[in-house]
Ligand binder design. Structure first.
Ligand code: PEP
Length: 250
């Protein structure tokens, strides 16, 4: 799958009944019949099929917010990667901090989910990021290195992978690292990926955490930032679209 810059993905989290979700998807669909960059939306499981249908004549990519590590079986309440693909998803977010910290997901589990997602042909948006305590203790780099090492399966290529750096303390808080910090971290992540994966320097790197129309241009102008993963501001079509435009997308 070709991912032109800017790559702007919207994580709807547990928001949206059918009417709202379809209205939001419809408002984006009107703007995004053809795109110079990459625009993706990640609705809740219940809306994936309907939203994928709604945007099927556009360039908008639809994805899931998580998947199970097994393809099928006795796992009450879970949704597998082949099920996401069957519903029309082309991608899945894995390792979001709300899954890591709210549901106790480990790097090993995320790695198993990663394999399942790739086996189903889904693009993986792998989230990594340090907590505030780790940030204050100066453990950010070691945390990111460990998360990448633990959640990337051995032997993978750069295709089908996007990495999102999302400091936990910046998600939904209105706080962001400084531009210098984001630039430096993304540069390190690029180098780490190049070491770990053959061709890994080509993996798109997204920043996520309190991105809004007001700060999107500055963040996406930074070197080694290929786009953004947006939570709250992706629930409003105008805000989400202006973030995409701020990154140079048309
Ligand atoms: C997110 O949940 O991935 C996120 C970045 O949220 P927000 O933009 O609301 O901080």
């Amino acid at each position: 799958m070709r991912l032109d810059r800017p790559v702007v993905f919207g994580n709807w989290k547990m928001n949206g009944l059918r009417a709202e979700g379809l209205a939001l998807a419809g408002a984006l669909a009107e703007r995004a019949v053809r795109l110079t960059g990459t625009l993706g939306i990640f609705p809740p499981f219940t809306l994936i099929h309907a939203v994928a249908q709604r945007v099927k004549d556009t360039a908008i990519l639809v994805g899931g917010q998580d998947c199970h590590e097994r393809a099928s079986g006795a796992f009450t309440g879970c949704v597998s990667a082949p099920m996401l693909a069957d519903a029309g998803a082309k991608a899945v977010i894995l390792g979001h901090s709300e899954r890591r910290h709210g549901f106790g997901e480990t790097d090993a589990l995320i790695r198993a989910k990663f394999r399942a997602a790739r086996a189903a042909g889904l693009l993986v948006v792998l989230c990594i990021g340090e907590t505030e305590a780790e940030y204050l203790a100066g453990e950010r780099r070691s945390r990111l290195v460990a998360q990448l090492a633990g959640s990337l399966p051995e032997g993978i290529g750069p295709e089908g992978l996007v990495v999102a750096y999302e400091p936990v303390w910046a998600i939904g808080t209105g706080r962001t690292p400084s531009s210098d910090e984001i630039r430096a971290i993304h540069g390190e992540l690029r180098a780490l990926l190049a070491k770990r994966i053959v061709g890994g320097e080509a993996v798109p790197l997204l920043y996520g955490g309190s991105v809004k129309p007001e700060n999107a241009a500055e963040i996406m102008a930074l070197s080694d930032v290929d786009g953004v993963l947006v939570g709250g501001a992706s629930l409003d079509a105008r805000s989400f679209w202006s973030i995409y435009r701020a990154g140079g997308g048309a």
